[in-house]
Design a protein around this ligand. Structure first.
Ligand code: NI
Length: 192
């Protein structure tokens, strides 16, 4: 097991554009994916991009269980998505609270497409695609943004909707929100 430190906002490495993976089924890629899984579990995250542990390759990982606080968010199995592309299915967007392991202790209200199809490759280099909506679509958009050096605070329309988790919770502003994106799954209600 190898848990790697997660870079935090302000580190210029998080702003770089990650390079596509060109070789599959090689030790370096397998090791990277293992380290990402270990790190995400250790941080109790629901998603992680390789660049967050300092490796600028187009690899993201996401997955989370059912959370009774958010029954509308169905569980998504642990998924490795390499060289992803996202196509919005329609213009509809919705705003929900997001968090990020690289922006610890904070949440912001971010608009995302509600329905997308994403395409990419699995660790063996096999292409696959998936239709996603709601929280699933949100996590994928959040993680893929990391590959282009974009952190969620730059997606917030109204910066009055950005703050520390404990203050937002104390003010009751996270109640009824969605699961935080790649941050812990404690949610806005009855959380940590
Ligand atoms: Ni993130």
């Amino acid at each position: 097991m190898s848990v790697r430190p997660v870079l935090r906002m302000g580190d210029p490495r998080l702003l770089q554009v990650s390079a596509p993976v060109s070789r599959f089924q090689v030790a370096e890629l397998n090791e990277l994916i293992r380290d990402m899984e270990d790190t995400m579990r250790a941080e109790r995250g629901s998603g992680l991009a390789a660049v967050q542990i300092g490796v600028p390759l187009r690899v993201v990982l996401f997955g989370y269980g059912f959370n009774p606080n958010f029954p509308a968010s169905e569980a998504v199995p642990m998924t490795v998505l390499i060289n992803p592309e996202i196509e919005p299915l329609g213009p509809d967007r919705e705003s929900a609270w997001e968090g990020c392991l690289s922006v610890p202790g904070m949440r912001g209200l971010v608009p995302r497409y509600t329905h997308i199809v994403y395409r990419g490759f699995d660790p063996e280099g096999r292409p696959f695609e998936c239709d996603a909506s709601g929280y699933h679509a949100r996590v994928v958009q959040h993680e893929c943004d990391h590959l282009d050096g974009i952190l969620y605070p730059t997606r917030i329309d109204d910066l009055s909707q950005f703050g520390f988790v404990d203050e937002l919770e104390a003010a009751g502003r996270l109640a009824g929100g969605t699961l935080p994106c790649d941050d812990t799954c404690s949610g806005g209600r009855g959380g940590k």
